[in-house]
Design a protein. Structure first.
Length: 170
């Protein structure tokens, strides 16, 4: 189980220094993510990927639920049709719900990929000012250690809390 810690950093130099310290503290590179506004060159820093920058996972989940419910309701409605009712049955309703859930996931995922991550909305003003957002995923037992490491060596860093639930994948 991991927690995502958020920090706002003033510049790229500070971000590079903190990244080196985190790597020395045995935080793996795939668990360190930086996000800045367009136009800021983060160099070799591990930039947040599409799943972290966008609302893709949230959109896929919503599309799956909406599509599944829509498909199930359409299947039930079709089962009342006198000419189709006997041939659809429960299996047909289930197949229609699954197919519509897949279509809903795909369509809403295509839309959500262009929407900024709603979990990061509170950091947008700082990012717009040119500051850099650091997201670091650490085991629960190391949350305090990592927070103290960053705050004790970097007074310019602003701790912005933690997220209890992070996706198991990205």
């Amino acid at each position: 189980m991991r927690r995502r810690l958020y920090f706002v950093l003033p510049n790229v130099a500070s971000a590079e220094t903190i990244e080196k310290e985190l790597l020395l503290a045995k935080i793996d590179d795939p668990h360190i993510h930086f996000l800045a506004k367009d136009g800021i060159n983060l160099g070799r820093l591990h930039v947040a990927n599409l799943l972290q920058r966008s609302d893709l996972l949230h959109g896929i989940g919503l599309g799956m639920v909406a599509g599944g419910v829509t498909g199930a309701l359409a299947g039930v409605a079709l089962s009342f049709n006198p000419s189709l009712g006997d041939s659809i049955g429960m299996g047909g309703i289930l197949i229609l719900a699954v197919v519509c859930a897949m279509i809903g996931s795909w369509v809403s995922g295509m839309i959500a990929v262009s929407i900024p991550n709603s979990r990061l909305k509170r950091f947008q003003p700082a990012i717009d000012r040119g500051e850099i957002l650091l997201m670091v995923d650490v085991p629960v037992r190391r949350v305090r250690e990592v927070r103290e490491l960053i705050m004790s060596h970097h007074p310019e860093a602003k701790a912005k809390g933690q997220e209890e639930q992070i996706p198991a994948f990205p």
